[in-house]
Design a protein. Sequence first.
Length: 289
Amino acid sequence: MLEISNDFLQVRLSAQGAELQSITRKDHQLEYLWSGDPAFWGKKSPILFPIVGGLKNNAYRYNGREYHLGRHGFARDMAFTVTLHTASSINFSLQDNESTLQHYPFPFSLNVRYTVQDATLLVNYEVQNMGDEVMYFSIGAHPAFRVPLVAGTRFEDYALHFNETETAGVWPLSAGGQIATTPLPCLEETRQLPLKKELFYKDALVFKHLASTAIAIRSAQTAHGVEVHFPGFPYMGIWSAKDADFVCIEPWCGIADHVDATGELQEKEGIMPLKPEEIFQKQWSAVFF
C-alpha cells in the first residue's frame, strides 16, 4: 500500500491498476472511498483504458484484423510502475508490452498522477503515442464513493447535485453493455437527482455532454460530502452495483459501443486519435468536505 497525504487528506493507493484504495479526511477520520466488498463489487476506483465501457461482442477491427478487449480495457488489471513519489504526489506509469499488443496494437505510455492539495485530490492522465502511426484510444475514471457517508444516514438521504441546471436524458445499456440509439428522459430543468437503489437496477446512468462540470454527493442530514470536477470530459457515467452502499461518479473520454456499432475502431463513438509522439492530457479532481 502506497500513501500520499497533507494536513487535510490521507490517500492510499495500490500499484496494481494504479488504483485508489482509501481517501480519509484527517480532521474527522471519515473514509470517503468504497470498501471494495466483493459481495457487491470488488474494485474501488479502476482506470478505464484503452477503451471505456464494453465493445460489441467484446471485439473491434483495425486494419482488417479483429482484436478482443474486455469491458473497460486492461489497465485496471495491470501492475503499474511508480516513477515518482513525494509526500503529496505519486505518479504511476504503464507501457505497452507483448501481452497488450495482442489485444491493442498500439505502443503507448500511460501516466497517472495523484496529488493532494488542501482537501482536494487531483488526478492527471497523460497518454503518449509511442508508435509511428495514429493511435486510437479512450480513457475514463471510475471512483466509487461511500453512500451513506455518515453513520445514522441512509442511501436515500443523499442526492447528486449538478453545478448547472440540466435537461438531459440517459442512454440505456443493453444486457451486453452496449448503448441504445435513443435516450430516455431523466433530468428536466433541475440541478438535483435524488439517490435511490432502484436507479441502478438496469446498470449505469449514462449521460452525454452535460452542461455541468461538477457533480456533488450531498445530504441535508450531514455537512459532509464529496464534489467531483470534470471539465472537458464529454461523457459521464453514474453507477452502483445492485443494492450496494456506494455511488460511482465516472468522467469519461469515451463510451461503450452502440448496439448497432460497426466494430471498426476508427468509427467508434468517443474514440480519440493521437498522432505519433503526441501527448494527451486530462485532469479530474474531487473535493472532500
